[in-house]
Every structure is written in C-alpha cells, then in structure tokens.
Design a protein around this ligand. Structure first.
Ligand SMILES: Nc1ncnc2c1ncn2[C@@H]1O[C@H](COP(=O)(O)OP(=O)(O)O)[C@@H](O)[C@H]1O
Ligand code: SF4
Ligand SMILES: [Mg+2]
Length: 321
C-alpha cells in the first residue's frame, strides 16, 4: 500500500548565533494507513523537529534545506497557506508531551475542545465531544466538559488532548512523547488507551519517544534517530531481536523497559549526542561507537540493507561487539 505521509531526503536546520544547527539530515521515512510508526532516540536527536515538520509547524528560525514532505503524494510545502492550515488538525493531528501547555488555563475543557475543532472548520456539539471523551476513558464526560485544565490530572489532560485530536478525524495522528510527562501508572494507562484506539482508527499513527518500551508496546515499525539522521529502520520485532546499528544495540542494551515495560528508565550510553552545529567529518556516532575505525572517523556512512535500512559502514559485516 502506498504511503499516507512521507518525508523524502528531508534536511532542516535552525539559525543559531554564529551559524546553523543541522537538526535533520537527509531523513527519509513513510507511514501507511493502519500502521503505527515509532521514532526513537535520545533527547536532542531531532525527533520533535521531524514531528513538527511532518505537521507543517516548524518553529521560527527553522529552515527546510531540502527534501519533501508528502501527504498522499502531495508536497505539503507547495500547498496554499489556507490548505496547509486545513491539513493541520484535519488530515494530520498532533498530541504533545505536556498537554497543559496546549490548554488555556481560564477556559473550560468543553469550550476549548469546541474552539479547537471550530478552528478547523466544524464546531462540534458538546454531545459529540462528550462521546469522544467517554471513548478515551474519561469518567463522567459531561462533568469534565465544565472543568478547567488544572482540575484534571496529567493523565486526564492527555486523554482530553487525544480526544481533541481524534475529533478532527485525522488521517495521521502524531504523538510527540505522549507519556513522558506522566508517572509510570498513567503512562501504562495511556499506552493501553492508544493500543485500544488503534483497533478502530483507520489512519496512521506516529509515536515519538525516547523510551523503547513504548515502541515495543505500540508500534509496527520503528525508525531509530541519532544526531539528526535515521540510523536504522526496521519492523519492531526485527529491531528488538536483531538490532543492526551499533546505536540501536546500545539503546536496547541500556533500556530495562525492554524487559519490563513501563519502568520509565531512560537509556544511558557513554558519551553524548554531538553538537549538531559542528558535526564530525565521518559517522556522527563514531565517538561513542565500540566498532569505530579510521574509515568511520573520516567518511560518513551511507544507508545499506534490504528490507531494513542501516546507516553504518559495518552494516553488512559487523559481528556483535
Ligand atoms: N527552536 C530551536 N532553535 C534552535 N535549535 C533548536 C530548536 N529546537 C530544537 N533545536 C535543536 O535541534 C536539535 C534537535 O532537537 P529536537 O528536534 O527537539 O530533538 P528531540 O525531540 O529528539 O529531543 C537539538 O540540538 C536542539 O537543541
Ligand atoms: S559507521 Fe562506524 S562509527 Fe558509525 S555506527 Fe557504524 S561502525 Fe560505528
Ligand atoms: Mg522532543
């Protein structure tokens, strides 16, 4: 089946004092209808920039240096601003890490969700909103509509944000770290909810996370990002059973959530993500990679592999470190 949303050779940089920071380099990825794609990697690897680019909402100071973002084959950057606004929310909806920042503290939940859907062209009746709140597991939805954001727990606010996004009937739902701000119990509940919604949502879902446990629980396919590049893309089972990129291996080795989902542990790998404004000449992972050699330090690797792609000089030959 053809891609619903795709990015092709996408490069994005931010203007920073004295130069530019290359947040995405030559990223190619796609998601099909009915599929859940995970994007995983440490903080600062470009996940949120990619999610924002996919929805056409890059922040001020960001420049698309090259590549395309396509929704059902149509390049979003060549659409009129009106059509772009229509697509945001209606065709592609986004759920953010901290739902509090998405809400206005002085307006009721019912008013805000109605305004939000109204801004996308269809002001929905409160009964329809209440029905969606019920579907995402909010007890007593009618009462919830009359409450203010601070009166709800973080988990309940995230449920409301998910309901608001689904009310747009999007083709693609993008969730950027939807469980990161929640405690372990709430996180498990939101994962459970997203898994249940999957069954009767016929679009595509993109989940951004630094937590491999979330990927294992929810996704079909996964893209591992490092320093602004996709370093490995694979079916989730393949990645967990046979990670090929040294960074994927390092992430898996450090994340206890692979064994016990929902523990909330962050991966820790020796060293840190390089400064994306002064990238090394060769492979961006070389300074942390146990397999790095002279070639790795001088020449950037190209994507290799069939069926799954691995951005590593040793993709075809490596043995376990
Ligand atoms: N508005 C911005 N201006 C300048 N640099 C930014 C901005 N947003 C993100 N960055 C930088 O871009 C890189 C990628 O960030 P981000 O996409 O947020 O990664 P992630 O979501 O994986 O943590 C980081 O180095 C970050 O500091
Ligand atoms: S290209 Fe070299 S340094 Fe980079 S991940 Fe592969 S083996 Fe490690
Ligand atoms: Mg982020």
């Amino acid at each position: 089946m053809s891609a619903l949303l795709s990015v092709e050779n996408l490069s994005v940089s931010y203007r920073i004092p004295g130069g530019r920071l290359r947040a995405l380099r030559d990223v190619t990825l796609s998601v099909r209808r009915g599929e859940v794609l995970g994007i995983v990697g440490e903080s600062g690897c470009g996940k949120s920039t990619l999610a924002a680019a996919m929805i056409g909402l890059l922040p001020q100071g960001a420049t698309v240096e090259g590549g395309a973002i396509r929704l059902e084959g149509e390049d979003m950057r060549h659409l009129s601003p009106d059509r772009q606004r229509g697509i945001r929310g209606r065709s592609v909806a986004m759920v953010f890490q901290d739902p509090m920042t998405a809400f206005n503290p002085v307006l009721t939940i019912g008013r805000q969700v109605a305004d939000f859907t109204g801004a996308h062209g269809q002001r929905l009746p409160q009964a329809e909103i209440a029905a969606m709140l019920e579907r995402v597991g909010i007890p007593d939805p009618a009462r919830c509509l009359g409450r203010y954001p601070h009166e709800l727990s973080g988990g309940m606010r995230q449920r409301v944000a998910i309901a608001a996004a689904l009310l747009m009937r999007p083709d693609v739902l993008i969730a950027d770290e939807p469980t990161t701000a929640l405690d372990v119990t709430m996180e498990a509940q939101i994962i459970h909810l997203l898994r249940a919604l999957r069954a009767d949502f016929d679009g595509a879902i993109v989940i951004v996370t630094h937590h491999l446990g979330v990927i294992a629980e929810l996704c079909d396919r996964v893209a591992v990002m490092y320093a602004g590049e996709v370093v490995e893309e694979a079916a989730v089972d393949d990645l967990f059973h046979d990670p090929r990129h040294p960074y994927s291996r390092a992430l898996l080795a450090c994340d206890p959530a692979v064994v016990i989902p929902g523990t909330g542990h962050l991966p820790t790998i020796g060293g840190r993500v390089p400064d994306l404004s002064v990238l090394p000449a060769g492979c961006a992972f070389a300074a942390r990679c146990p397999l790095a050699d002279a070639l790795c330090r001088t020449s950037p690797p190209r994507v290799a592999g069939q069926g799954r792609s691995v951005l590593c000089h040793r993709a075809a030959t490596q043995v376990a470190p």
